[in-house]
Design a protein around this ligand. Structure first.
Ligand code: ADP
Ligand code: MG
Length: 475
């Protein structure tokens, strides 16, 4: 009989599923957004907590989900489930999807036993899924490399500096501070630095840590009277990578401890790299001397990628999944998802997952269906002609004028808006839209969409105008 059947364990299990797991989901939601939670984490069941072994057993609906959460959210499980369970380090294992009662650590499964119903076999990277999900320590994710980081105008400075640092750690830009909104590639770049150096020199001692975790460790160090050991661990490295330093906000005592660590490393010319969601000066509750330390080296930002970069990122990710991706689909996803790269990736993966689960070829129609289903795109019956005619009329032009070479400001705006809606509301490719509007260069089309998206995000009146227009078109 497995533990699972013993009443007391059932109680504990219920307690955990009812409290710890929802709490964990709430934290994850805060960190990576509710879409990720809905897409990935909601599909996972909290199966069992083995306290003596400090092991959490989870169940994923299929290998695909298991693989994805393992490779992308390892740290989240480790940090937050660990904290909620009051353990410094935990192991997380996924149990076999097909079995119901038996608990089999993923590692022990020969690939063939990963039985799944035929419809649940996306097999993106099949057999390798059979490994434990979490290591004991937080470490650098080897998936985050320079060679799979796409460079565009939005991140080129940060990228160039990060790369330069790997060739000369501690000497060039120290500290190096990367800031930008969530999901734009800060952690990727930070860990790429670590991975690159590690590849060249296995003995280089790199410590990567999230600042939230740093705070927790510090609190525990105080509780157990181990502050000296705590500081020593951070001082005894060749390079320190601190992710999301904004979590030090208002943590006075932790800042103080960090300040000493910083000074020790800096004086010894050891490289320190930070990421943050804002500039040092904009992090609330940061001691003046901390702020000036953070600002003292190079500060570089990562902003929202341009449409072209988004397309490049999608293509790269598709390649990584060994999924051929047509230009039209890449265009479509890139112009549909506006906010950040993490969401872009999420959309892409949903499309892959759907194609794979339903055994359909990856087509533009399929991509639209999937993203429509997740309410990222609105369903419309609009065609190019209807859109062109409606927008032209709205701006008091004829469709012919929109198609003409005229480039004065107003007609250009009307044309841009037309292109935007054509992309937004139909499944036509950029090339087809260009052709319809007698535009030879397909970069003009990209540019137009980018322009409208930019303004839509900044200009409330314009955004409202677009909503009104969209209603007219869809009418
Ligand atoms: P942040 O730390 O800024 O919140 P991440 O580094 O976690 O963002 O990036 C979110 C996801 O987007 C990651 O999976 C990352 O690999 C991907 N990503 C972000 N920027 C790029 C890029 N320029 N090229 C390739 N992938 C990227
Ligand atoms: Mg990050």
């Amino acid at each position: 009989m497995t533990r699972y059947h013993q009443p007391i364990t059932v109680c504990v299990k219920k307690l955990l599923t009812d409290t710890i797991w929802p709490e964990f989901l709430a934290i994850v939601r805060e960190e990576v957004g509710s879409r990720v939670v809905e897409t990935w984490f909601k599909a996972i069941l909290f199966y069992r907590w083995d306290a003596p072994q400090k092991t959490v057993y989870l169940r994923a609906p299929n290998t695909f989900v298991k693989e994805w959460v393992t490779s992308h959210y390892q740290k989240l499980f480790e940090t937050h489930l660990g904290r909620l369970l009051n353990e410094q380090t935990i192991t997380v294992l996924f149990i076999n999807t097909a079995t119901t009662e038996e608990i089999i650590p993923a590692r022990a499964l020969p690939p063939e036993t990963t039985k799944q119903s035929p419809s649940a076999a996306p097999a993106v990277r099949p057999a390798t899924a059979a490994r434990p999900v979490l290591r004991q320590r937080s470490s650098i994710n080897t998936l985050y490399q320079f060679n799979n980081f796409i460079v565009g105008p939005h991140n080129s400075l940060a990228y160039a500096a990060a790369y330069a640092i790997t060739e000369n750690p501690g000497k060039l830009y120290n500290p190096f501070f990367i800031y930008g909104d969530s999901g734009l590639g800060k952690t990727h770049l930070l860990q790429a630095i670590g991975n690159q150096i590690k590849e060249r020199d296995k003995n280089f001692r790199i410590l990567y840590q999230g600042a939230d975790r740093f705070v927790n460790e510090f609190i525990n160090a105080i509780r157990f009277d181990k502050v000296y050991q705590f500081e020593a661990r951070y001082k005894d490295v060749d390079m320190l990578l601190i992710d999301d330093i904004q979590f030090l906000s208002n943590k006075e005592q932790t800042q103080e401890a960090f300040f000493h660590i910083f000074n020790t490393l800096h004086q010894a010319q050891k490289q320190i790299v930070f990421t943050s969601d804002s500039l040092p000066g904009d992090i609330a509750g940061l001691a003046h001397r901390m702020r000036s330390r953070l600002e003292s080296g190079l500060v570089a930002d990562i902003s929202i990628p341009t449409l072209e970069t988004k397309i490049a990122i999608i293509k790269k990710k598709a390649e990584e999944h060994a999924e051929p991706m047509g230009d039209d689909i890449a265009d479509y996803i890139a112009s549909t998802i506006h906010s950040n790269v993490r969401e872009l990736e999420g959309a892409l993966i949903r499309v892959f997952a759907f194609a794979s689960l339903t055994k359909q070829p990856l087509t533009l129609e399929l991509a639209q269906k999937v993203l429509l289903r997740t309410h990222e795109v609105k369903s419309t019956g609009a065609d190019l002609h209807k859109i062109g005619a409606t927008v032209a009329k709205f701006f008091d032009y004829s469709l012919q004028e929109l198609k003409s070479p005229r480039r004065d400001k107003d007609v250009t705006l009307a044309r841009h808006v037309t292109i935007y809606f054509m992309k937004q509301m139909t499944s036509h490719s950029l090339r087809e839209i260009g052709k319809f509007l007698d535009r030879k260069d397909h970069s003009t089309i990209l540019h137009a969409i980018e322009k409208v998206n930019d303004r839509r995000e900044k200009d409330m009146a314009f955004s409202q105008l677009l909503i009104r227009l969209e209603r007219q078109i869809a009418h």
